[in-house]
Design a protein around this ligand. Structure first.
Ligand code: DGY
Length: 340
């Protein structure tokens, strides 16, 4: 039943049907169903007079969006990353920002591992070769030789949930594990994972695989640039399943062209989707996937559920399962955002 008292929300892309249904039980839901993020002009139109937004990684939720939606009390992103939201601005205005951590950790670590193995053992290159009908000689001693993984050294940059899940996999592969983060994990955890805390420089110089698991912030933007790539071994690979702008892509292209490193495997890019002109597409020693780190059925289902329950919790005036900006409660307590 429609009632003017029901909170009004905008969902920028449909969540799973059961979670859309849940939202519809309590809210008047406007959803953009065309597939992919709504064009900016449409987003700006749709957010007017909404109490809540459910958004995705491709939606830029900034001061302009917030200016147009003075009733807005909650922004629920269907992602763990929230670099697409101006959280500081939201907090200043008393808007609750929520996300979906935890439920995509293993899926993202799995994809990291798939990329690492693919680039080391040239899986995509070999598959393309076979499908193109180029396999004419059954076996030769040097045919598609790649890099070893078992027993090598992995350098994990960003040792939060996903970085540590990658370390667990690395342990099974008998690897020496180096990690770097601004925060060092407790000694018991280091011991459990056989992880060695080192400086960024030491990690870059000594790793056979460097894998990135940091959030995108002012500090991590282009944290891997020309200087860092030059420190890596010429036999080493770079893996990125975090955020594209953590790597200076122009510098990476230069590093690949000039063979400062052996290859790269990337799920995220400075511009998404990448342009067909992107020079990365031309390298055979680069594996590329279209931002699918969390794309397993169970992860995406749980993310969708969390995105819905986070939003509904705030509208009920209850603590949401995952609040990005807890300091917002001082600006506007939960009792003042209750709409249900
Ligand atoms: C996230 O959740 O931040 C991923 O990048 C999208 O799944």
């Amino acid at each position: 039943m429609m009632s003017s008292k029901r909170p009004r929300i905008f969902v920028t892309q449909p969540l799973f049907p059961q979670h859309m249904e849940l939202l519809r039980q309590y809210c008047d839901v406007d959803v953009y169903e065309a597939g992919g993020p709504p064009p900016r002009s449409l987003l700006l139109e749709k957010v007017r007079n909404k109490d809540g937004i459910v958004c995705m990684v491709g939606d830029k939720i900034d001061a302009e969006v917030m200016d147009l939606s003075p009733n807005l009390v909650v922004i629920s992103t269907n992602s763990v990353g929230f670099d697409h939201i101006d959280v500081e601005e939201a907090t200043r205005r008393g808007i609750y920002v929520t996300n979906t951590p935890g439920v995509l950790t293993e899926a993202t670590a799995d994809l990291t591992w798939a990329l690492l193995l693919s680039v080391a053992r040239r899986i995509v290159e070999a598959d393309n070769y076979l499908r193109a009908g180029k396999w004419k000689i059954a076996w030769t001693p040097t045919f598609f030789v790649g890099a070893d993984v078992y027993g090598q050294t992995i350098g994990i940059i960003g040792f939060g949930r996903i970085g540590q899940a990658v370390a667990k996999r690395a342990k099974g592969f008998g690897m020496k594990i180096l990690y770097y983060d601004v925060v060092r994990v407790p000694p018991e955890r280091e011991k459990e994972l056989d992880a060695n805390y080192v400086s960024l420089e030491e990690l870059l110089k000594n790793s056979d695989f460097v894998t990135l698991h940091v959030a995108l912030t002012k500090e991590t933007r282009h944290m891997i640039s020309e200087r860092e790539l030059r420190m890596m071994k010429p036999t080493a690979f770079l893996i990125n399943t975090s955020r594209g702008p953590v790597v200076d892509e122009a510098a990476l292209v230069k590093a690949l062209r000039e063979k400062w490193i052996a290859g790269a495997a990337l799920d995220v890019f400075e511009q998404e989707p990448i342009s067909p002109e992107n020079p990365l597409i031309k390298f055979e020693n680069v594996v590329l996937t279209p931002h699918i780190g969390s794309a397993s059925i169970s992860s995406r289902t749980k993310m969708s559920e969390l995105a819905a329950t986070n939003l509904l919790s705030v509208l009920r005036g209850e603590e949401p399962p995952h609040l990005v900006n807890p300091e917002v409660k001082k600006i506007r307590p939960l009792t003042m955002v209750k709409r249900l």
